[in-house]
Write a protein of this length. Structure first.
Length: 347
């Protein structure tokens, strides 16, 4: 029986004591990078053998030992991508990608390199845990990084929203458990990459899943200064665009599709005026990464449309729906990532 549901903590809520501090200490190898940003591509071939994965709404894996390997959980956003880069800089190797997506009756499946006849339903799942906007393009990440991709449908919902999570049938957290269990069985990973920065709500649930699966989460961005992080992401050549806005001062017509580099000065201004989290940790905006130093190919958006989710007069909520995308080769090509594959493993 699940614990009685409580109000979920506010978006971006964090605590500076207790479990939050312990979570950072659980990863003694986690360290901030210089303001110039890392050069992870140069570290890819000589990996320290460990496997780990990345979490967000998407995931990746990694393995310890001479075989090299780590799974990465991806939702396509800048945070999961940058944390994956930090894992590589620390000597871990990404060996697989994993993603949680909405049910197919909510949105049609992504086929090849075009998005055909998206359903009328929303691409945005009402979830406390996962980013689903932009999930149609996640398949391209597998080809862009030449890695296997594992996908699992989100069947649960936010049932146990208390500050302490225990295994709860029907909760969306159990979908994460099933996904990472599959990746661990197939890839023999020992850890996951976690792009969380501030949310204790997510931290508690990721820790619960990892403990049950005997996986080590790596959260290199946890509780770091957001202005520093945003600056590092830009200087590290993460090419990410805004795909969702949901805050005072963010205009769908003006800001959707803009790059982090273009938005940085304005986000800093909004932070001073309204207290907006510059990395979007309060749910103010979400991003989708089109290119980064770990990609062997870059993602090109050929066409998209703006979908208004809530036409609020002061803080409208809207997102970009990708209609057509393709991959382009990068010059010069990025170093080999120890293993290549373009297999997709739905579940």
């Amino acid at each position: 029986m699940c614990p009685r549901a409580q109000s979920a903590p506010g978006a971006g809520e964090a605590s500076n004591k207790g479990p939050a501090r312990h979570w950072r200490l659980a990863f003694p190898s986690a360290r901030p990078v210089s303001s110039e940003g890392p050069s992870p591509a140069s570290r890819l071939p000589g990996c320290r053998t460990t496997r780990k994965a990345q979490i967000g709404g998407s995931f990746a894996a990694r393995r310890l030992g001479p075989g090299c390997g780590l799974p990465h959980g991806i939702h396509g956003g800048k945070d999961s991508c940058y944390n994956m880069m930090q894992c590589v800089v620390a000597g871990h190797q990404i060996v697989a990608l994993a993603n949680l997506r909405p049910a197919e009756n909510q949105v049609n499946i992504f086929m090849n390199t075009t998005l055909d006849s998206l359903s009328v339903g929303s691409d945005e799942l009402d979830s406390y845990m996962y980013q689903t906007v932009g999930h149609h393009a996640i398949d391209l990440y597998a080809e862009a990084m030449a890695l296997p991709l594992y996908r699992h449908t989100i069947r649960g919902r936010s049932v146990d929203t208390g500050r302490v999570y225990t295994k709860c049938e029907g909760d969306e957290v159990e979908d994460l458990y099933e996904l990472l269990k599959l990746v661990k069985e197939k890839e023999e990973v020992e850890g996951i990459s976690v792009g969380a920065i501030l949310s204790d709500y997510q931290r508690v649930r990721v820790e619960n899943v990892c403990k049950r699966l005997n996986l080590q989460p790596l959260a290199y961005l946890w509780q770091r200064n957001q202005e520093d992080l945003l600056r590092e992401m830009i200087s590290s050549n993460i090419q990410a665009i805004i795909i969702k806005v949901a805050a005072l001062g963010l205009d769908p017509d003006k800001h959707l599709g803009k790059t982090l580099d273009q938005m940085e000065p304005y986000l800093l201004e909004l932070s001073k005026k309204y207290g907006v989290h510059v990395c979007g940790e309060g749910g103010e905006y979400e991003t989708f990464t089109l290119d980064c130093p770990l990609f062997k190919k870059k993602i090109i958006v050929d066409s998209s449309e703006v979908v208004i989710h809530s036409a609020d007069a002061f803080a409208p909520v809207a997102y970009l729906r990708f209609l057509e995308l393709h991959l382009e080769d990068k010059v010069p090509p990025v170093s080999d990532n120890c293993r290549t594959s373009n297999y997709i493993h739905p579940s």
